[in-house]
Write a protein that binds this ligand. Structure first.
Ligand SMILES: [Zn+2]
Ligand SMILES: [Zn+2]
Ligand SMILES: [Zn+2]
Length: 290
């Protein structure tokens, strides 16, 4: 069953990849034919989406690889490298598009507004269909996927409205202005992704883990006197790791550990190391890592 499930996930990623890749080509050709830099910058955004789908397609296979003696935590962090690579590509290319769009503002050139309308209709329909199909679940990643597709739809609605205005009024400058808006939004997302990745690299406590509440839950377990040296960090932003010392006089250490594992699993902590000390043990970490 678990095997079936991951097979489905792999199939839906590969389908999404091919749909996106074909659409990027249509957009790039359409952008060149209509001479619209706004559509070209949207093509760039979709190219970024396609590249990140390709990366997660590749990494999904890679991350299934079990931990080995070289990478004792497994291969989950490889996805962070993918994000860094993708961010670099998008950062450079959208900076270049903004530069080109500023040139267009200084010396505007005519665009084929009617052609843009047809392309935008195709864009709204395809992205709108994807938005309807996507699973509107409550998990953080499902919400993120849905929001992303809604942003894609909005981008195309903006292209559609701009193109219609340009049919009736001679304002070719709107095209590079929209292009800059789209590129700035791409850059904003790049910076946000880089920040989230940096936080994982710096081993910060994952955003979704309320450490004090977690400690409180462990302290409420029978036989637990105190905890110290609690460390929580994340492998890839989704699966987390915790190590801690627990002071307890219990002799049923295995059952105490199991109760701590159960609490940890509520917070997506997939890897826990517990050190159980008898009260009065002289542990140096008590003072250095409270
Ligand atoms: Zn997108
Ligand atoms: Zn420590
Ligand atoms: Zn200790």
């Amino acid at each position: 069953m678990a095997n079936n499930h991951s097979h489905d996930a792999e199939k839906s990623i590969s389908t999404a990849f091919w749909l996106n890749a074909v659409f990027v080509v249509i957009e790039a050709v359409g952008g060149l034919l209509t001479n619209s830099i706004a559509i070209l910058s949207d093509a760039l955004h979709d190219f970024g989406d396609t590249l990140s789908l390709a990366l997660s397609w590749f990494l999904q296979k890679k991350s299934k690889k079990a931990a080995d003696s070289k990478y004792t935590y497994g291969y989950k962090r490889f996805s962070l490298l993918g994000t860094v690579f993708l961010s670099g590509v998008l950062f450079i290319s959208s900076a270049w598009v903004i530069y080109a769009a500023i040139g267009r503002i200084c010396s505007p050139s005519e665009v084929d507004a009617k052609g843009m309308v047809w392309l935008a209709i195709v864009g709204v329909v395809i992205n709108g269909a994807a938005a309807l199909r996507v699973n509107r679940g409550h998990s953080l990643s499902e919400r993120a996927v849905f929001l992303h597709i809604m942003e894609d739809v909005l981008g195309w609605v903006a292209v559609l409205v701009t193109a219609i205005v340009m049919i009736f009024f001679d304002v070719p400058i709107l095209d590079p202005i929209l292009s800059i808006v789209i590129s700035v939004w791409v850059l904003f997302n790049v910076i946000r992704n880089m920040r989230d990745t940096g936080i994982v690299f710096l081993q910060a406590t994952p955003k979704d883990i309320p450490v004090d509440k977690l400690k409180e839950q462990i302290l409420e377990l029978p036989d637990v006197e105190s905890v110290h040296d609690v460390h929580i960090w994340s492998l890839d932003g989704d699966s987390h790791v915790m190590s801690l010392h627990v002071v307890s006089f219990t002799f049923k250490t295995q059952s105490l550990k199991q109760q701590i594992y159960d609490i940890a699993s509520q917070y997506h902590i997939s890897h826990v190391t517990v050190d159980i000390e008898k009260p009065g043990t002289n542990c140096t970490y008590k003072t250095t890592h409270k």
